[in-house]
Ligand binder design. Structure first.
Ligand code: UGA
Length: 436
């Protein structure tokens, strides 16, 4: 099939390359000339395992092209909208400027029978608002939310755990759902659940899934706060409750909490939308989820300061990690960088290292010192804090070797990812999050 993908950021670039890799002819369109130039050369503009390979293959096969010209969308039968919906400046709601602009720019290039498939995360009701403009061209608007995780984006796109398509009522919607099934044919062949629903439900599935995940993380971080007041160990607690299949251990990792380009802004936009709908109370708990999450960053900073005897001023603190999570160079709303910046604000001489995110981090926070080599970063540190659980720190860092590099053997495990016993045995003062 011929497809167009409007917006070649995280979501769109991966989607375009993944759709080409399953045999479609795809054009990716974006207004950012630099991004398009990089993608056209087969170079992934961000770090995502597996993307580089499918990008180069797609371009070499001739099935994948990128352009800034919206006219290139003509002739495609399905047009995916994958532009960003960031948090509004000065508010909690989602900024729909890019979605509106993308749809408006696409309208003149649509033909009778085309499908416009929204993938961006939008407040419930957005699709219904856009539909009349799309339908006036003879095309059909559907909403097909994306559940990819950064770091696993290629796999999640090619082999998702479910596909959700919100369609308009009647024959028009049924036909659109069939076309989307055709687009995602390998998943269909594998028996991946394919849920056809209405537009509002599809939009809500996406935000409620992220709200649930954020709530799960903040739940365990709330338990970490209680553990801190009682001497209990939140990691053991998570293991124990996680054995209950109804609860499950995943996303019960207590630590400095969630960040990234999705969970924080999505729960805020959801709460803002619920207020607009007169149902603010229904998701009022999301404000608490947000507050718990932000408190954990503060807690990590306090642990460092306390371990340093009450002040970080003039102390050398090494921060291991900058990305919002491992296998990503994304620093959007990164709890890791937030902790680093807060320590810097307290007068510490902060050195940050990360296997992938230094370039992005140094652009946004040039006031911090960045070092690519982990051991060099550890050199003569008064305290060390792990804030992104990369294997380089979690598995491959020996407490004995690290101990020979630092000035003070203080380690704060902001992700509860280290073997506390091994670090203590090597003579370190170890501090976890919600652990004795
Ligand atoms: C999230 C969702 O997991 C995806 O399903 C969704 O498609 C995506 O947002 C999106 O809306 O696009 P992602 O932002 O890539 O994916 O990251 P997650 O793996 O969900 O992690 C989010 C944050 O939670 C990270 O900062 C991570 O360190 C933190 N986290 C995760 C914890 O603090 N504890 C955990 O147990 C798990």
């Amino acid at each position: 099939m011929r497809l167009s993908v409007i917006g070649c950021g995280y979501l769109g670039a991966v989607h375009a390359a993944a759709m080409a890799s399953i045999g479609h002819e795809v054009v990716g369109i974006d207004v950012d000339e630099r991004k398009i130039a990089s993608l056209s050369r087969g170079e992934a503009p961000f770090f995502e395992p597996g993307l580089q390979e499918i990008l180069s293959e797609g371009i070499a096969s001739g099935r994948l092209t990128f352009t800034t010209d919206m006219g290139a969308a003509s002739g495609a039968s399905v047009h995916f909208i994958g532009v960003g919906t960031p948090q509004q400046q000065g508010g909690y709601a989602a900024d729909l400027t890019y979605v509106n602009a993308a749809v408006d720019a696409l309208l003149p290039h649509l033909s009778e029978g085309d499908i416009v498939a929204g993938k961006s995360t939008v407040p419930v009701g957005t699709a219904a608002g856009l539909a009349p403009r799309v339908e006036a061209t003879g095309a059909t608007l559907v909403w097909n939310p994306e559940f990819l995780r950064e770091g696993w984006a290629v796999q999640d796109t090619i082999d998702p755990d479910r596909l959700v398509v919100g369609v308009p009522a009647g024959e028009r919607g049924e036909r659109a759902a069939e076309i989307l099934r055709e687009v995602y044919h390998p998943a269909g062949a594998k028996g991946t659940p394919f849920i056809v629903t209405d537009l509002a439900t599809a939009e809500l599935v996406k935000v409620s899934a992220n709200a649930f995940l954020a709530t799960k993380i903040s739940f365990i971080n709330a338990m970490a706060e209680i553990a801190e007041a009682t001497g209990a160990d939140v990691t053991q607690l998570a293991d124990a409750i996680g054995h209950d299949a109804r609860i499950g251990r995943r996303f019960l990792g207590a630590g400095i909490g969630f960040g990234g380009g999705c969970l924080p802004k999505d729960i805020r936009a959801f709460a803002a939308r619920a207020e607009e709908l007169g149902r603010g109370e229904s998701v009022g708990f999301l404000r608490e989820v947000d507050a718990i999450n932000l408190r954990r960053r503060e807690r990590a900073v306090d642990l460092v300061v306390d371990a340093l005897g009450g002040s970080a001023y003039g102390k050398k603190v090494t921060v291991l990690g900058a990305a919002f999570k491992p296998h990503s160079d994304d620093i959007r709303d990164s709890p890791a960088l937030d902790v680093a910046v807060r320590l810097h604000g307290l007068g510490a001489a902060v050195t940050v290292t990360d296997p992938a995110a230094i370039e992005n981090a140094s652009r946004v926070h040039p006031q911090l010192t960045y070092v690519t080599d982990r051991d060099e970063a550890l050199q003569s540190a008064d305290a060390v804090i792990v804030v992104t659980e990369w294997d380089e720190y979690r598995r491959e860092m020996s407490p004995v070797d690290a101990g020979s590099l630092v000035a003070g053997k203080i380690i704060v495990d902001g992700r509860n990812c280290l073997d506390a016993g091994a670090w203590r045995d090597a003579g370190w003062e170890y501090y976890g999050m919600g652990r004795p």
